[in-house]
Design a protein around this ligand. Structure first.
Ligand SMILES: C[S@@+](CC[C@H](N)C(=O)[O-])C[C@H]1O[C@@H](n2cnc3c(N)ncnc32)[C@H](O)[C@@H]1O
Length: 285
């Protein structure tokens, strides 16, 4: 059973994702792609990666958005159309695809509702020039990643995998305990087997290097300032809930930590940096 993510949560994080992802790695990917690249976005959610990466590729292109949650894919079409029209692009929907008509050429978007936890190798990976994902790798297992790396031959770009370098400011005596309990939850099975969690970036780097890829990587931390109340509250309540689920014996201590942190948010006193890394694996030809 795949982990579920609400469209509201994906909306809340999108502005932080947008500034965090590495433009340098996107440019390196753009350099190696052909004139009309076909990309497959694994765990595409509401299409956040498309809205960020398609303009950076700046040419005609075709995307397949894959997700287990068909409702998120419907939302992706709606949000991409709304976003594209706000950029001044015309949007048409011939058949089941969407075409965004831009000065750089047409961007074709298709959706594929599929739970790919069991067998990533059965996705239409070879019909695409790049496999991409955002905020997915920390959910998957080492076994799944190995199956994916064995199945693909194209460039692979994985944006926004958490790496555990979180910094709460000001610090709190219980941050470390909460972080340890939270890390246990991150390793929980999210449908793919034991999740890599914060080990995802380093593990992916090793796996793709072992498969003969040249691997580039860059930090892509979320910087959440004191005024980012909604995102800060979501992080505090999310960390507390996950930590309490992983370590129920610590529930009272976690609850007190959450109350202190929520109070700091209300007073404009809390800022947060959440460590992420982006990775680009390029086949050596
Ligand atoms: C953290 S969200 C990231 C969404 C999007 N890539 C973004 O950056 O906003 C993870 C996505 O992976 C999808 N997902 C999780 N498990 C899945 C599975 N087993 N098969 C297909 N999609 C899955 C979820 O539905 C969700 O949309």
């Amino acid at each position: 059973m795949s982990e579920t993510f609400s469209a509201d949560w994906l909306s809340l994080r999108e502005p932080f994702d947008r500034v965090a992802r590495s433009a340098k790695l996107a440019a390196a990917l753009a350099d190696v792609l052909p004139a009309r690249p076909r990309l497959i976005d694994l765990g595409a959610g509401t299409g956040s990666l498309f809205r960020w990466l398609a303009p950076r590729l700046a040419r005609a292109q075709a995307w397949t958005l894959v997700d287990a949650d068909a409702g998120l894919l419907d939302e992706a079409f709606f949000r991409i159309a709304t976003w594209a029209e706000a950029q001044g692009y015309r949007v048409t929907t011939p058949g089941r695809a969407m075409l965004v008509h831009t000065p750089h050429g047409a961007w074709r978007v298709e959706a594929l509702a599929r739970d790919f936890a069991a067998e990533p190798q059965h996705l239409p990976l070879h019909e695409h020039d790049a496999v991409v994902c955002s905020a997915l790798l920390d959910l998957v297992s080492a076994h799944w990643l190995e199956a994916l790396a064995s199945a693909i031959r194209s460039p692979f770009a994985a944006f926004l995998s958490v790496d555990g370098r979180d910094t709460w400011l000001p610090r709190d005596a219980d941050d470390r305990r909460i972080a340890q309990a939270f890390a246990r939850d991150m390793g929980r099975d999210k449908g793919f087997g034991p999740a890599l969690g914060p080990r995802a970036p380093s593990h992916a780097q090793r796996v793709f290097a072992a498969h003969g890829y040249r691997v580039l990587s860059a930090p892509s931390d979320w910087i959440i300032p004191r005024v980012g109340h909604a995102m800060l509250s979501a992080m505090v309540t999310g960390h507390a809930a996950a930590a309490a689920a992983a370590c129920p014996a610590m529930a009272d201590r976690i609850n007190s930590w959450r109350e202190r942190r929520l109070d700091q948010i209300a007073r404009g006193r809390l800022a947060l940096r959440i460590g992420h890394r982006d990775l680009l694996a390029l086949p050596r030809s």
